[in-house]
Design a protein around this ligand. Sequence first.
Ligand code: PEP
Ligand code: MG
Length: 573
Amino acid sequence: MKGIAASPGIVIAKVFKFEKPDIMIDHNTISEKETRAEVQRFNKAKLKTKNQLSDIAKKTLAAMGKEESKIFDAQIMVAEDPMFQQQIEQNINDKRLKAEAALDLAVKTFSAMFESLEDEYMRERAADIKDVGLRILYNLANVEIVSLNHLDAQVVIVAEDLTPSDTAQMDTEKVRGFVTNAGGRTSHTAIMARTLEIPAVVGTKEITSIVKGEETIIVDGIEGVVIVNPTEEELNVFQEKRQAYIEKIKALEKIKQLPAVTRDGRKVQLAANIGTPKDVQGALKSGAEGVGLYRTEFLYMNRTALPTEDEQFEAYKAVAVAMKDRPVIIRTLDIGGDKALSYMNFPKELNPFLGWRAVRMCLDRPDIFKTQLRAILRASDEGNLAIMYPMITGMNEIHRANELLETAKEELREKDTPFDEDIKIGIMIETPAAAVIADQLIKKVDFFSIGTNDLTQYTLAVDRGNEKIAHLYQPLHPAVLHLVKRIIDASHRAGKWTGLCGELAGDERAAILLLGMGLDEFSMSAVSIPKVKQMIRNASFREAQKLVEQVLEMGTAEAVKDCLDKFLKIRGL
Ligand code: PEP
Ligand code: MG
């Protein structure tokens, strides 16, 4: 059976089918006289629910930590929400429904509202409303809530879905994996599985109708595959796969915190791309030597007004402090294109990717840009920060952005606010124009970071988000590779350095090529760091340089891929 791979790893164990009793809801109407008693009954069940949730929150805090226990604080807020309460009372008083039916209706209304939202995270919060609703419903019916805290053996939990309260009370020593009908990669079950580091496959749609309980089950959280009652042969195959996975993780664990240096002594920097200060811990755990790209646009999204200078300062400072003396490159606002802000009248454009985005917008709105620059400068006093401008196409943009930066610095000096006077300035090279005149641009800045996600789209004229032409989106197309090489060379000729923060940096196969081109810094999602580090530690710089010479003679992305595959295979990389 195929589902969504939600948490990596492979497990083979017995099924524990987790089912909750169905509660029949009586939809008959009641008389006016009975409404008061129903409201009281609801309030009593709500209070009981609240007490249970505070209890679970306390236990979760002790067992798993603050982040996990927050889920229950949020659930208590749902239970106590005045709009929720009002809706239920209305359903009882006006629609003359019994407490159970009134609750059911309110839960359906509110969860549907959340499910219709754009934001995936908000959509998943509908699960919290349903979870609280179910708990109140059980309390109304005086049905004991089944929990997973007494399990006899090591099991894989199979369920329709798992709610936060199910997983919080779970005996984590005994649970080896999850398989659910519902859920996506950011659903609660998936997040919890990754926190507990157990394999999980979610969104299988029908696993609960296939298993009865006690069957042997294989859960492959890498590929998103589930096998119920496997054959002898399948068991052997997956046992081997499981062993290989464990060995691989062990090997990566050992090298995580070691330097990224090739066998012949070429050292490069491996850094992390982050979206929020929360990502820093994961970055450090994976062995990041810095932050090569802090995408600040997330600070501006999912809200109703621009973030203030102080708010931004706090976020940048948090990252600067947590990373200590490691370098952190903060990219200035890269909004527009496919990322609009609801509170900022963005024009409707025929070609938003070629439109009013990133530094173009910032230069038109010095108020927004300078607020961000002041916040970054202030935070630069707390750590090792650098500033990077996105979507540069020419000298004038750098010139104008630096002018505004100078004004921001002057404003801080006037108020005696400290900042790093030597803060380094870099630009993203993500347009072919910038790549072609890299020799000129480098004179104005301290470093380059290549944004291959956009550079590929602009070089090949292929929209990076359009599925229909996804096969044409090829970061290993020789045209892109020649530009990448050109950019790196230009920076080196000027005695400066180049990083790369597009997805390509986290691709093990491409890493060898980029290494051979002389790339100085590779910035990627934290999870990719250990495997790229391993690749680099096993490689030879001299050989990688020779490989580049060969590859740059090629005419298609397919030929490049073949050549890379052969190179890696021969060397057992
Ligand atoms: C890029 O374009 O490669 C990049 C890193 O920036 P983003 O993906 O945020 O556009
Ligand atoms: Mg980009």
